[in-house]
Design a protein around this ligand. Structure first.
Ligand SMILES: C[S@@+](CC[C@H](N)C(=O)[O-])C[C@H]1O[C@@H](n2cnc3c(N)ncnc32)[C@H](O)[C@@H]1O
Length: 387
């Protein structure tokens, strides 16, 4: 028998996850679940300088883990795999590892987010997460290939598929458009169109596909979700609370938000209908969904379609929709339009200028702000106006 190695916990992890069945499968699917790490007094001095890191790795003891087996059937897999090819907690040395967001460091206490660790878990070690050391673009993910999308609340964020999205690779270029001579007047016109709809809605606000936070930054108490970590980092600097994730699988409870924004994002998501269904699910009864749409059949839609055909790095993966297409999707999601404001009646080939929005859907307008009320039942006379 080889000699035992004895470790003592340096602290304990506290989280709202009380039972193994509460826990998300990985931190990437833990949404913004918050927790704390209590560091025992004799180790507290070791936390010096940790506050400079946005993410940390926690190594911990799976204290509830049962008898291990060298072959296990991973969660939602049908085949038995070698335990070391899985993240199963029941392993010969039941050591767990999670990368979590470090929110705040206090004396002897860390505030963390994106927590997938059960309450009371003994902590063994902390290390700073450094993308240059720890992030690899892996070309093979073994038996997990093709399975990540099947795991509830878990999505490949690009690291495993080797493909970060263009919004990750070209975040600065993307964000610079809003301050450019051609982008700024359009952005300001769109914001003027959107603003009263958001201001008429209750909070808190969720923006699905928040990007770099250019719209979200103008409103109080906005949470933004996006798969692009680089875009989220910029949004966070602009005062937006950020969550890494996908609109098709929102890590929020039902009826959490008074307003859900989806601004020029439906055309970039993989499954717009799922995004609309999720938006409806997380919306409060008195709330509204507000969609920013560049209609496919407008001059601006044609302008971006042309860029798509020419292989433009951003638009080549976009799928544009007309108002009618959106109406069909909304119908399938059990949603109806209650109000539309429009802007961008200027032509794409004209010199750009800031426009005053119109309080209705103007034919040919290049940008529509479409409001959908959660509880549309008492608005029967209004609800068939558009669809
Ligand atoms: C054109 S940008 C719009 C950003 C922001 N709404 C704005 O108008 O400034 C589209 C955003 O959608 C995000 N996105 C792509 N797929 C998504 C998905 N499945 N769920 C949520 N966001 C997604 C992209 O990462 C990108 O930040």
């Amino acid at each position: 028998m080889r000699p035992a190695i004895i470790y003592r916990p340096i602290g304990a992890i506290h989280s709202p996850l009380k039972e193994p069945r509460d826990a998300p499968i990985q931190p990437a699917s833990a949404g913004n679940i918050e927790g704390t790490v209590e560091i025992y007094p004799e180790y507290a001095e070791g936390l010096a300088d940790l506050d400079g890191f946005s993410h940390i790795m926690l190594l911990y003891h799976f204290h509830l883990s049962k008898e291990h087996s060298l072959r296990v059937k991973p969660y939602l897999d049908t085949e038995v795999r070698g335990v070391f090819a899985t993240r199963a907690p029941a392993r010969p040395n039941p050591i767990g590892m999670s990368i979590v967001r470090l929110v705040k460091v206090e004396r002897g206490k860390l505030h963390i987010r994106d927590v997938d660790i059960l309450d009371g878990t003994p902590l063994l070690d902390i290390k700073p997460y450094v993308p240059a050391f720890d992030s690899r673009s892996a070309e093979r993910i073994g038996w997990l290939a093709g399975k990540l999308d099947d795991l509830p609340g878990t999505r490949d964020d690009g690291r495993f598929s080797g493909g970060e999205s263009v919004f990750d690779r070209m975040t600065d270029t993307y964000d610079a458009w809003y301050d450019s001579a051609e982008g700024r007047p359009l952005y300001e016109s769109e914001l003027k169109c959107l603003r009263p709809l958001v201001e008429d809605s209750p909070g808190p606000v969720l923006e699905i596909g928040v990007g770099t936070g250019r719209f979200a930054m103008h409103f109080p108490d906005v949470t933004g979700i996006d798969p692009s970590l680089h875009a989220l980092a910029m949004a966070e600097k602009r005062g937006v609370k950020t969550v890494h994730g996908y609109g098709e699988n929102l890590p929020f409870s039902d009826k959490t938000f008074g307003c859900v924004l989806i601004i020029v994002t439906l055309c970039f998501v993989e499954n717009p209908l799922d995004v609309l269904r999720e938006a409806k699910r997380v919306l409060r009864k008195d709330g509204s969904i507000i969609i920013g749409l560049v209609p496919k059949d407008s001059l601006w839609g044609a302008f971006y379609e042309e860029k798509k055909r020419a292989g433009h790095p951003f638009y080549r993966s976009a799928e544009f929709y007309s108002l009618q297409d959106l109406g069909n999707m909304l119908h399938a999601a059990g949603l109806k339009i209650s109000r539309i404001r429009s802007t961008l009646r200027q032509r794409p080939d004209e010199p750009r200028r800031i426009e005053e929005p119109q309080e209705d859907s103007v034919s040919g307008a290049g940008f529509l702000c479409i409001e959908i009320k959660a509880d549309d039942e008492d608005r029967k006379s209004h609800k068939d106006r558009y669809l």
